[in-house]
Ligand binder design. Structure first.
Ligand SMILES: Nc1ncnc2c1ncn2[C@@H]1O[C@H](COP(=O)(O)OP(=O)(O)OP(=O)(O)O)[C@@H](O)[C@H]1O
Ligand SMILES: [Mg+2]
Length: 1030
């Protein structure tokens, strides 16, 4: 039987069909261009590079690799490639098995961090609007979704994602090049614990473009937050802040003449920010204070000055000052004074001098910039506190992935101080890139045992030195010029540079240039020959921007603010400290140095973003613009370094796995050493020695052509084996589906049974109080069964254990029966185990209980004490007495005290019991014999005393009367006496006095009272008085 693929698809059903289509889309290489530039045949050709980019871009394939560098072209449209399913596809999959993607890079970085235990960083660069921030957000989202969540830090991912809208509201703005342009550089560390769960994060921010607060180019806007507040803020809030909805009413928002942007919804963004702030940990109060500051900046912008007749400057807009005073909580007159006067310290003395009209405007703008800039830094710190690692011990064995989203090389029509800093930053990053890439390449060659071939590359150290070198570099010259007493200005700075740097191969000015260049350069410009190309910088504004100074008295006013955020931004120490703070460029240089230190300690990955057109349009690929970026991003240089020597390298096992069908010796499996397998394979394929090298674990292929030929051969082979392949696949699928079907049917049957059982159970529960019937039989049986099972486990273990599980209502009677049976059983077992000695003891104790229980106070104490066999051993009984008794053996003897019938004198006696009579013995003599049948009874009191009276017959002349005795073991003695004499029913416990017979029909009385100690004595009226204890 032979199946065509079509028939086969029809046979498979929907689920199977979907699976196949999906997997082929996944595993097939992109057929458009090359997905890794290192495979470009003509890798030195910029045109070939751009053509590859263009071809892929047209097919919406926006990602391409240069080795491990990811090049990303902004599609300017939503692509269906960022879903959760896509994330799953890229998890744990090797870089090369699947189309290039930002998720592949994210996953690879994450896995390197986990397996190599080395900190990682992802450097994202590109020009404004190229998609850096979007890329960084996608990376973060990937980690938030795919990484395991720490139980106590589940909210971290949330806070991490929520920090984005806040940072963007305060740090992003609409520019001509990007509607959501980040106006600051951002480095974010995400910390993962030993299980790979994100546990903390930290953000470093760089060089916020503060000048935007007071001025925007035409078509651009201020930072988003201002427009969001005006558009989205509730009426009450605006009223409190004394703001109006129309942005055109604010001087700081009108410069660009662009209050609305179609791609931005300020109202929604405002809601997102207000929702995010509490999640990040802002208190209600902090949010209010933050908004007060934002409103204050707007009021500051509307603060206007007038010029008096004598040229003095005064404030003409009192409302603004009142608002500022209220919102910032500062002193109104001090603020008024500080905005129109400057305070300087010269030779240790304070000097106050009035500001002219322009100076006052500049001071106001400087204040606005400082307030906004510092608030932004505060905001980042606040976010950091919220994202900080808080779980104790999580830092153990933790690793970090850093994300750098920083401005790419910037070349505008008019380049100023900001571009100078940005481009300097890119020089440093390029330097780092070259160093790290070359280092890792060299290390790989070394570990693989392949000779290193020197790579020609441009070392940009010379440019970095030109900018940052101490004393001689541009930044040093700029600082010096700012600090120099006298008339320093931007032009004098330019001249100073010409003096110091003239002749440097990477520095030119109008004066130093040759005729041709001179013609296109203005006199205020200097040109730097960056690694990526030439850039002309206009020196105008350099000194001011580098100074970034704020008059002392303005700082003083801010220090006094009652707004906590402002207070934290303007510290008192700053005013007290006479030392001048570092200049802006030096600050930037130092923070860059620190950043470099951070990055160099990590394993880097790169995302290079490219913007395809200036119109933000999907599908448009402007070649000139792209070429410009390829150049400025140094991509050709990247490629050259990466292609040093070999175009392609792969681990032996991966190479063998893929291409083993091409060689009969390696197909279907190679059982020898991997290196030998690869060697056999490439020999069979006819690779020439100069085309490849075998390292220790990898094969290195020099030319892409070689690889492509092999790949084509594989494809051809696959086509030949196509039908067989499908057939085998079909058989496999039939077996799989039969097996899965069987398993599923079994599972379904079990489920059905379970459902039926649950249903019966529920019905039974509802009918549980009814008679036993079909509806409740299962439930009741189950209840009974459960009770019996429970009972079996919890049966009482001893006769004294009175516990018993509570039975269900239907089993109460049966439970009682069982309880009785169990008790009987236990008792029987118990009795069977009893020894004769113990039995006797028990019998006596039972009799004692019958006689005395609840009758005599001293009984309870006697229960725990064993009855002894006798209290008088044979040696203690006089021999004569024993001889007199003859065959009547003493069964029990106990010392007693006998009280005379008259006078109640106490006399020590021994009471001896034989099997048929008792005797009272006085040392050697038997004083009285009491035959058991003659005993009429025994009387005792109910109290705690040892008195007992033996009632004897009183008829007859010889009878002396009853006997009054005292014994320390009265319960024991009387019990034994009663048992031996068979008079257990004649023991009388008297609640009051005991009457006893005297000779000749007379009667004596024993009275009992309670007292502190036992006493027996003659009492009133000739009675015997017994004081019982207790
Ligand atoms: N992968 C993408 N898919 C869809 N649209 C994208 C993508 N990347 C970027 N964009 C679009 O391009 C715009 C600009 O991107 P983004 O803000 O990331 O640029 P940027 O490089 O950070 O610029 P800047 O330096 O000005 O901050 C985004 O607002 C978005 O509309
Ligand atoms: Mg950005």
């Amino acid at each position: 039987m032979f199946f065509t693929p079509l028939l086969f698809l029809q046979e498979m059903g929907v689920e199977g069909r979907l699976r196949l289509v999906m997997e082929s889309a996944l595993t097939a290489r992109d057929r458009v261009g090359v997905q890794d530039f290192v495979l470009l045949e003509n890798y030195t050709s910029e045109a070939a590079f751009i053509e590859n980019l263009r071809r892929r871009f047209k097919e919406s394939l926006i990602y391409t690799y240069i080795g491990s560098v990811l090049v990303s072209v902004n599609p300017y449209k939503e692509l269906e490639i960022y879903s959760k399913q896509h994330m799953e596809r890229y998890r744990g999959v090797s870089f090369y098995e699947i189309s290039p993607h930002i998720y592949a890079l994210s996953d690879n970085t994450y896995r390197s961090m986990r397996t190599e235990r080395k900190d990682q960083c992802i450097l994202i660069s590109g020009e404004s609007g190229a998609g850096k921030t979007e890329a960084s957000k996608k990376i973060l989202l990937y980690y938030a979704v795919t990484c395991p969540a720490h139980d106590r830090m589940a909210a971290l991912g949330d806070r991490l994602l929520q920090s984005n809208p806040v940072l963007e509201a305060f740090g992003n703005a609409k520019t001509l090049r990007n509607d959501n342009s980040s106006r600051f550089g951002k480095y974010m560390d995400v910390q993962f614990d030993f299980r790979g769960a994100p546990v903390g994060s930290h953000i470093l921010n760089y060089l916020l473009e503060k000048s935007r607060v007071v001025h925007q180019n035409h078509g651009e806007r201020n930072f988003h937050i201002f427009y969001q507040l005006l558009d989205g803020g509730e009426e009450d809030l605006l009223k409190r802040l004394d703001l109006e909805r129309n942005p055109q009413n604010y001087q700081y928002l009108v410069k660009g003449n662009c209050p609305r942007v179609s791609s931005i919804n300020d109202k929604n963004d405002w809601k997102a920010v207000m929702k995010a702030l509490p999640i990040i940990g802002f208190t209600e109060e902090e949010v209010q204070e933050l908004l007060n500051i934002i409103a204050s900046v707007l009021h500051l912008g509307n603060t206007q000055f007038g010029e008096g007749e004598d040229g003095e400057t005064h404030i003409t807009t009192e409302t603004q000052i009142r608002n500022l005073t209220r919102l910032l909580g500062v002193d109104g007159s001090a603020l008024r004074e500080a905005l129109t006067h400057k305070k300087l310290i010269a030779k240790g003395e304070e000097m106050i001098s009035p500001l002219n009209f322009e100076q006052a405007g500049s001071a106001r703008d400087a204040l606005a910039k400082a307030v906004y800039g510092r608030t932004f830094t505060w905001l980042v710190e606040k976010i950091n506190q919220s994202l900080a690692l808080k779980v104790y011990n999580s830092s153990k064995g933790s690793s970090v992935i850093g994300l750098l989203d920083i401005y790419g090389f910037e070349v505008l029509q008019h380049n100023s101080f900001e571009q100078f800093c940005i481009n300097y930053c890119n020089e440093k990053l390029q330097q780092l890139f070259i160093e790290l890439t070359l280092r890792s390449e060299q290390e790989e060659y070394e570990t693989e045992g392949i000779a290193w071939e020197t790579v020609q590359y441009f070392d940009n150290k010379i440019i970095c030195d030109l900018i940052e070198e101490k004393h001689k570099g541009i930044i040093s010259i700029l600082d010096e010029e700012c600090l120099r007493p006298g008339e320093a200005c931007d032009i004098s700075f330019l001249e100073k540079m010409e003096d110091t740097l003239g002749g440097h191969p990477h520095f030119i000015t109008h004066k130093l240039a040759n005729g041709k260049t001179r013609r296109i350069m203005s006199r205020e410009e200097f040109r730097l020959l960056h690694y990526a190309g030439e850039v002309n910088y206009n020196v105008s504004g350099f000194l001011d921007k580098n100074n970034d100074s704020l008059y002392r008295n303005l700082k003083e006013v801010m220090c006094q603010s009652s707004n906590q955020i402002v207070r934290q931004c303007f510290r008192k120490e700053e005013v007290i400290d006479q030392k001048r703070p570092e200049m802006a460029a030096t600050q930037f240089k130092n923070s860059l140095m620190k950043l470099m230190e951070i990055l160099i300690s990590k394993e880097p990955s790169y995302v290079r973003c490219i913007k395809p057109n200036d119109a933000k349009q999907p599908g448009r690929f402007d070649e000139v613009l792209v070429r410009h970026q390829v150049k400025y991003l140094g991509l050709m240089e990247n490629l050259r370094v990466r292609r040093a020597g070999f175009a392609y390298r792969r681990r032996f096992e991966a190479f063998l796995q893929r291409y083993k069908p091409l060689c009969p010796e390696t197909w279907p499996n190679w059982h020898g050493r991997l290196a030998d397998g690869v060697s056999t394979l490439v020999n069979h394929l006819g690779y020439k020695p100069e085309e490849y090298k075998l390292g220790r674990s990898k094969i290195f292929i020099r030319f892409p052509k070689t690889l492509f030929t092999t790949e084509d051969a594989l494809e051809a082979k696959n086509c030949v084996g196509y039908n067989t392949c499908w057939y085998v696949s079909y058989i496999v699928i039939v077996i799989q589906s039969a097996w899965r079907g069987m398993k599923a049917r079994r599972r379904a049957k079990r489920r059905r049974q379970a459902a039926e059982l649950i249903r019966r159970f529920i019905k039974g529960f509802i009918y549980r109080h009814e008679e036993y019937c079909p509806e409740n039989e299962y439930f009741l049986d189950h209840v009974r069964y459960s009770f019996l099972k429970k009972l079996r486990k919890n049966l009482p273990k001893s006769v004294l254990d009175k516990s018993w599980p509570t039975p269900p209502p239907s089993l109460i009677e049966a439970s009682e029966h069982l309880r009785w049976l169990h008790m009987q059983n236990m008792m029987r077992k118990y009795c069977r185990r009893i020894q004769p000695e113990w039995r006797k003891q028990m019998e006596q104790k039972v009799v004692a209980s019958e006689i005395f229980k609840d009758q005599k106070d001293s009984y309870p104490q006697s229960v725990g004490k064993l009855f002894l066999g006798t209290r008088l051993e044979n040696e203690q009984i006089n021999l004569k007495v024993i001889q007199t008794l003859g065959n009547d053996k003493v069964q029990y003897g106990v010392p007693v005290t006998k009280y005379d019938r008259r006078g109640f004198k106490a006399r020590p006696r021994q009471l001896l019991l034989t099997s048929s009579f008792a005797v009272l013995v006085d040392r050697t003599k038997i004083k009285q014999r009491i035959d058991y049948p003659a005993l009429r009874g025994i009387s005792l009191s109910s109290l705690r005393d040892g008195i007992f009276v033996l009632h004897l017959p009183n008829e007859g002349q010889q009878q002396k009367g009853d006997v009054v005795l005292h014994c320390d073991h009265v319960i024991e003695a009387v019990t034994k006496f009663a048992m031996m004499s068979g008079r257990t029913n004649h023991v009388n416990i008297s609640l009051g006095s005991i009457r006893f017979a005297l000779a000749r029909g007379k009667e004596g009385i024993v009275d009992f009272i309670r007292g502190s100690e036992l006493k027996v004595a003659k009492g009133k009226r000739g009675h015997l008085l017994v004081v019982s204890q207790g």
